[in-house]
Design a binder for this molecule. Sequence first.
Ligand SMILES: O=C(O)CCC(=O)C(=O)O
Length: 333
Amino acid sequence: MDAQMIQDVASVADAADTIPVRFIRPEDDRPRVKDQLPQVPVIDFSIKDEEELVAQIYNVSSEWGIFQLVNHGIPDDVISKLKQVGTHFFELSQEEKEVYASPPDAKIVDGYGSKLQKQVDGIIDGRVDHFYNILSPRAAVSYQFWPKNPTSYREATEEYTKYLLKVGERLLRCLSKGIGLEENEIRAAVGGDDLVYLLKINYYPPCPSPDLALGVEAHADMTAMTILVPNDVQGLQVLHQGNWIDAQYIPSALVINIGSVIKILSNGKYKAVIHRATVNKEKTRMSWPVFMVPPEDREVGPHPKLVTEQNPAKYKTKKYIDYAYCKLDEIPL
Ligand SMILES: O=C(O)CCC(=O)C(=O)O
């Protein structure tokens, strides 16, 4: 693979304490936040009262579309190992990483790549390199894209997956009950056993002018839901009531983003949060989002039980792939 990576650019340009112009965002798209704004809400997943949990998740998902989940049942050492093996991979030489490069124009997204390869109006779309692995379902996993170095990469990532699936499934049940559906109806609507859990590792090298650039530009996730762990470098920002807010780093918490598919399914009751990632002057930021992706041919639309004469469908019903295509090309939903 001949493509250049953000990691290479950062090591040359940042040593000179300059930022190439192609990373500079327009004035109104630079990372500022106002002081004294509300914090992203926190949900305690160990609450015994299931109805109370469902109500809390409904409230934050309809008001914010994002929350931090604590006491989720994934042991700290499982999360630490996931982060260790991903960090180790990004510290390998460029040559070693490129063994796992995503094939150009491939349909599958597994492998190593960079935002450096994508420019909009001459501006790089983000200042981040990334690595993708499908975690589940088993039949969709391509082990040839799983790094052999570090040797514990597969074991650590599979251990995390085991716990993550339980969290993902329980969240889907709560979201389903929250809007008056049977507990398995959202899961079934987003793909059931064919729902794909797709891990992305984001690697944002330090940037000499973090106030001029973005790691990932503002977007909502097109998928059903995203479960993210960050490292301890602040960077995730969410748009809430017209203001950009820092999602504070809470050790051990999972960040849960509602995606556009669940917004559509709920006929707009749930919000898909707009978010972005900033970069840091001295430190490397990393994050590990897992996207819950419906199968391409799954019909996505407002759930029929939620559509009535008084509450007509706010979105069209079409295949997930067609929604994903509109999103990419910014065609209105
Ligand atoms: O790094 C983060 O906190 C956000 C990442 C993100 O939004 C993405 O990869 O789509």
